[in-house]
Design a protein around this ligand. Structure first.
Ligand SMILES: C[S@@+](CC[C@H](N)C(=O)[O-])C[C@H]1O[C@@H](n2cnc3c(N)ncnc32)[C@H](O)[C@@H]1O
Length: 296
């Protein structure tokens, strides 16, 4: 495998191998992010053109910079992947031979001042697409308590969702909750004392839940997987990397649905997970699950 980058994207070997020998010209990287996977695909498959989509304009700018050596073999598009059909129509492309989804938030987004991480103190924003209106500030300060509780429980799989939602509502009555630091502190104190210093920080799951709500991550995934399957050429391949059990469940359900319709062959009865070696090199890859399918 040809590589010369320092930070490897998640399950990079598996992704490069999976797309080997594909017929056709186009691969869609539906979550181009920092361009890591696209880089490896362009480098290893010189006959391919990669269409790199991201709803985050900063990610698109970064990817353009990193992938500029590939000239017009890389086509950047700022869009949500839920509009994948419109993106391909606008490019005049009917069918493609590959789709890659590497879901969730990027390292780049976590490290900037956009409110994704409680490791920094920033305004509660969390929008991947900065042109949308809804921010984490709105969710935290304006959603009714029962909705906050439901989001934190469902998207965060957080056992203390009730206590956290109650604490948020009680604090915001005093003054709006504006920063990641304030929210982290409220969640920390909402946790029962004996559970505050566990393996993961008490704010982890709630931050994840609010991010999923702000960016409509699960709704958009379901819509776009279906659209992607329709635009895959016969023999075309689709790879989905997820980091959340609900994302993986949606992916599995849709692959099964299309398998019954005889439109897809499921290539992973059980999802592929990173090796011990990869987890050691890149700890955030720990929760990744990869599902693969082929268009019939
Ligand atoms: C885990 S990162 C991808 C990293 C990338 N594979 C790499 O190698 O650098 C996920 C990216 O998907 C983007 N994203 C998430 N949901 C999206 C959606 N609905 N439409 C388009 N991009 C989305 C995020 O903005 C983020 O940049």
């Amino acid at each position: 495998m040809k590589t010369d980058i320092k930070h490897y994207p998640v399950l990079h070997r598996e992704i490069v191998e999976f797309f080997r020998g594909l017929r056709g010209k186009y691969i869609v990287d539906a979550t181009v992010g920092g361009g890591g996977h696209s880089y490896l695909l362009l480098k290893n498959y010189p006959e391919k053109v990669v269409i790199g989509i991201d709803k985050d304009e900063f990610a698109i700018e970064k990817a353009k910079e990193i992938l500029k050596e590939f000239g017009d073999r890389f086509i950047p598009v700022k869009s949500s992947f839920k509009d994948i059909d419109r993106v391909l129509d606008d490019l005049g492309i009917e069918k493609v031979s590959g789709f890659l989804f590497d879901l969730g938030v990027s390292m780049f987004q976590l490290k900037t001042d956009r409110g994704f991480s409680f490791q920094r103190n920033d305004f509660l924003d969390m929008r991947m697409d900065t042109s949308q209106e809804l921010t984490a500030y709105d969710v935290v300060n304006k959603y009714p308590e029962y909705m906050l509780e439901e989001i934190i429980r469902k998207y965060g799989e957080e056992r203390f969702s009730k206590r956290i939602a109650r604490a948020i509502v009680s604090e915001r009555k005093k003054k709006p909750i504006e920063t990641t630091g304030e929210l982290e502190n409220i969640i920390f104190r909402a946790y029962p004392k004996r559970t505050r210093y566990g393996r993961i920080h008490p704010a982890t799951r709630t931050f994840q839940a609010i991010r999923i709500e702000v960016n409509r991550e699960l709704e958009e995934l379901e819509i776009s997987l279906k659209k992607a399957i329709d635009r895959l050429d016969r023999g075309g391949k689709m790879a989905v990397i997820s980091f959340h059990s609900l994302e993986d469940r949606i992916t599995k359900k849709i692959i099964k649905e299309y398998e019954k319709l005889k439109k897809l062959k499921n290539l992973t009865k059980k999802p592929i997970v990173p090796t011990e070696e990869e987890i050691k090199e890149n700890p955030p890859s720990r929760s990744a699950k990869l599902r693969l399918a082929e268009r019939l």
